[in-house]
Design a protein around this ligand. Structure first.
Ligand SMILES: Nc1nc2c(ncn2[C@@H]2O[C@H](COP(=O)(O)OP(=O)(O)O)[C@@H](O)[C@H]2O)c(=O)[nH]1
Ligand SMILES: [Mg+2]
Length: 186
């Protein structure tokens, strides 16, 4: 069966927010996944269905070490969507999501890049009373959507535990739906 379109999706966020764990967990729960050989990046090719069509999500994990400036435009170039991850037990990782989103937008060469803001480590809510309230994340998404909606770009927020594989099942569907909607409106 043919694949209607290939989408490049990055997993972004601070070191230790859980990007690589999320990346691997997503590959484990998806039924149609294969690893794409690459020297610089970890990449999975994930086939997803939407409205009777097949789409390929090329999911990229960002290496732990700092991205050097010259490599940035290569990594971000032609990105169709992103999972921007923060750790709900670390306020700094949340504050930095804004930086990741800005950087993504400026280096992607795209007017908009649909994102899902991912509050990771939801399992820590039971163990700690110092986790972040999702209201701030929802507010950030609300603000981003206020300017992007007129171009048919919808960002969203999801809370997950990459480690315990909770809340992951919707994640790729949500980003895929946003990317298709934007693509169709162009
Ligand atoms: N409690 C908890 N720990 C997590 C979760 N996801 C990742 N971690 C831990 O956070 C640390 C950093 O994870 P990693 O995936 O390497 O983060 P990265 O640097 O963003 O790629 C590791 O010790 C993980 O086991 C989660 O959902 N819950
Ligand atoms: Mg990593």
């Amino acid at each position: 069966m043919v694949i209607l379109k290939r989408f490049k999706v990055l997993v972004l966020g601070d070191v230790n927010s859980g990007k690589s764990t999320l990346f691997r967990s997503l590959a484990q729960i998806e039924p149609d996944v294969k690893e794409k050989p690459s020297i610089r990046m970890d990449i999975y090719e994930i086939i997803k269905r939407f409205e009777d069509e097949r789409y390929l999500i090329e999911l990229h994990d960002i290496p732990g070490r700092e991205l050097v400036k010259t490599a940035k435009s290569k990594v971000y170039d032609s990105t169709d969507g992103a999972l921007v991850v923060y750790d709900i037990s670390s306020p700094d990782t949340f504050r930095h999501t804004y930086f990741w989103i800005e950087e993504l937008t400026s280096y992607s060469g795209r007017k908009h890049v649909p994102i899902v803001l991912v509050g990771n480590k939801s399992d820590l809510r039971e163990k700690s009373d110092r986790t972040l309230n999702p209201i701030d994340a929802k507010q950030l998404i609300f603000r981003l959507n206020r300017t992007s909606m007129r171009d048919n770009v919808e960002h969203s927020y999801e809370e997950v535990s990459a480690k315990e594989k909770k809340g992951l099942y919707r994640l790729l569907d949500v980003i895929l739906r946003s990317m298709i909607k934007y693509e169709r409106s162009k």
